[in-house]
Design a protein around this ligand. Structure first.
Ligand SMILES: Cc1ncc(COP(=O)(O)O)c(C=O)c1O
Length: 398
């Protein structure tokens, strides 16, 4: 690979890349475990894992071997034919989620898109074509039109109006507002069990109970968006079980491929029975390369003990973050579980990101005033200590 300096990379991008991303001025060229190195040779501890994606860390030897083997065997054949791996991934996801069927796609937003389409198809097949959706304030479900329509942030929505009609937003954890919004015209209620982009805000079990009650009363389907919170991130396979949701549809992505793009909609039998050949599709979705990566990740997650590991190191991380909050007055609250954490600041969190980078640690700002941490699931207690002491120094500087 051609190595270049950050200045050269930036100059080329400024000419040719559509400017939709305000990138930090760092060019990463290499990774190992939870560490990354930039083009100038500086080392960083990665407490963000590419926004919750590099679940096995960087350059994981088992994943690298599996991908190399698959690339030399067969990468892609399309969904016109069978291949041996897609059913295996679906079978394992069914065991983890309790939902027996999977539709594979390539990203989180596509997984949400598929869930929304399947919810509409369910009501269409039943001869009662409901189209309304109830979603939550503070939600983020993706950037394609359907997913954007159930994402609450006006900043993302306004330039692309009109979006899907019939979407009502209710405040998260407001059971009364939810009960009033869900009617016999509601096709589905969509919620993130932990709102990630919204600032790492877990839903209250009492609110999950209200969602299930509204679903039982009206027949509305429940979609759990576990793209960020799912697949081990919380020290459990999924977070919906923890709060008592029983979804008919689940969207997943991010961690599943540990960097290889793959997402899925997991579907209950009740919904699956209403779907027909040709209702949805994807050229790439669930190809051999994506499924081989997913199988490698699921091996580590279940057989390799990664879920229990996240539970253990997550408790350690919680203690360390609470100590950090006690030390820095600007940290008002620590929210999260396992390896998904948000530090609620009393001020804009934007300056924390460059200060942390300067100290060699990667974190992210979300919901304006929240510092978000989503480290690789393989991170150790020692690496957590090292990363957080760098963050401690960065916070001290501000
Ligand atoms: C809960 C949730 N849903 C959907 C998405 C969209 O995923 P992607 O960016 O892979 O399309 C995200 C991305 O952050 C997410 O956090």
């Amino acid at each position: 690979m051609q190595t270049t300096t950050t200045d050269e990379v930036q100059a080329r991008e400024a000419r040719h890349i559509l400017q939709t991303y305000r990138r930090s001025p760092v060019t990463f060229v290499r990774g190992q475990g939870v560490r990354l190195w930039d083009a100038e040779g500086r080392e960083y501890l990665d407490l963000l894992s590419g926004i919750g994606v590099a679940s096995l860390g960087h350059a994981h030897p088992g994943l690298a071997r599996a991908i190399a083997d698959q690339v030399q065997t067969l990468i892609h054949t399309s969904n016109l034919f069978f291949h041996p791996l897609q059913g295996q991934v679906a079978e394992r996801l069914a065991k983890l989620s309790g939902l027996p069927r999977a539709f594979f796609c390539n990203s989180g937003t596509e997984a949400v898109e598929a869930c929304l389409k399947f919810a509409r198809r369910y009501w269409y097949t039943r001869g009662e074509p409901r189209t309304d959706i109830v979603a939550l304030e503070g939600s983020f479900h993706g950037r394609t039109f359907g997913a954007l329509s159930v994402t609450s942030d006006e900043h993302y929505r306004a330039p692309f109006a009109p979006l899907l009609s019939g979407v009502t937003f209710v405040p998260a954890n407001d059971a009364k507002a939810l009960a009033a919004a869900v009617t016999k015209s509601t096709a589905a209620i969509i919620a993130e069990p932990i709102q990630g982009e919204g600032g790492v805000r877990p839903l209250a079990p009492s609110f999950a109970a209200a969602i299930m009650e509204a679903s039982a009363r009206t027949g509305a389907l429940v979609i759990a968006d576990e793209v960020q919170s799912g697949l081990g991130r919380t020290g459990r396979p999924f977070y919906f079980t923890q709060i008592g949701l029983a979804p008919h549809l689940i969207s997943i992505g991010k961690a599943l491929g540990s960097g290889v793009p793959v997402g899925a909609a997991l579907v209950s039998q009740q919904v699956a029975d209403t779907i027909a050949f040709g209702d949805h599709g994807s050229t790439y979705g669930g190809n051999l390369l994506a499924c081989r990566a997913a199988l490698c990740f699921l091996d580590e997650l279940v057989g390799g003990g990664l879920i229990a590991h996240v539970g253990r190191v997550g408790r350690h991380m919680e203690q360390r973050l609470k100590a950090l909050a006690a030390k820095h007055a600007m940290v008002q609250e620590v929210r999260g579980v396992g390896l998904i954490w948000g530090l609620q600041l009393t001020r804009d969190a934007a300056p924390v990101v460059p200060a942390a980078l300067a100290r060699g640690v990667i974190v992210n700002r979300t919901a304006e005033t929240v510092v978000r941490l989503l480290p690789p699931l393989v991170i150790t207690e020692t690496e957590i200590d090292e990363g957080l002491s760098r963050l401690d120094a960065a916070l001290g500087e501000l």
